[in-house]
Design a protein around this ligand. Structure first.
Ligand SMILES: [Zn+2]
Ligand SMILES: [Zn+2]
Length: 187
């Protein structure tokens, strides 16, 4: 596996498992712990993960950092943990949005500086990569955040079932960026 592939694999694993031991990564990837330490350096620099004793943890799981405010970096509305969309930027900066609506708008605005973005599965509350998520726009369930409402799901199947019950439409990440942006221009 090339270093870049390993970095991507580690990203996937940490999003999935939230916390992993260095020894475990070394074993699973078949490389030395020293190599793993080298691989995770950029991820720490990007602010995506933090080092713990003998391992790494997904930064978003550690709760709010002291310098972070508890308002949305796009609309300044209040943050609700279950709807949060977090963006990691070059230079070890993070942005937090109240929901995927503000998240994708902020993401679109800062796109060239974004290194990674995560959000939560609306039903399961697992942390998922924003690029891989399925987006439900305009469902009728009143979750009390921004309009047009955007909810995120890990699996297409569950997004589709949610739409069956609560309406709206399922989109992929790239389309969601443009759709919400255009809708906000019109309003
Ligand atoms: Zn917001
Ligand atoms: Zn919102």
């Amino acid at each position: 596996m090339l270093p870049l592939e390993r970095k991507q694999k580690i990203e996937e694993l940490i999003i999935e498992r939230k916390t992993i031991k260095i020894s475990q990564l070394s074993e699973e990837m078949g490389v030395s712990e020293m190599t793993i330490h080298r691989d995770i350096k950029p991820l720490i620099a990007e602010g995506m993960i933090t080092k713990t004793f003998g391992g790494i943890t997904l930064a978003a799981e550690q709760g709010k950092k002291s310098e972070e405010t508890d308002t949305c970096d796009f609309c300044a509305g209040e943050l609700t943990e279950r709807l949060i969309y977090r963006i990691f930027l070059k230079g070890n900066k993070t942005m937090t949005a109240c929901c995927a609506h503000c998240g994708v708008l902020k993401h679109r605005e800062l796109k060239s500086d974004v290194t990674q973005a995560i959000c939560r599965d609306f039903l399961l509350q697992t942390t998922i990569s924003a690029n891989q998520a399925w987006y439900v726009i305009d469902s009728s369930l009143p979750v009390g955040c921004c309009k047009p409402q955007v909810l995120t799901f890990e699996a297409e199947e569950y997004a589709n079932r949610f739409v069956t019950g609560f309406g709206g439409k399922v989109y992929r990440f790239e389309d969601t960026l443009d759709i919400i942006y255009e809708r906000m221009q019109q309003s």
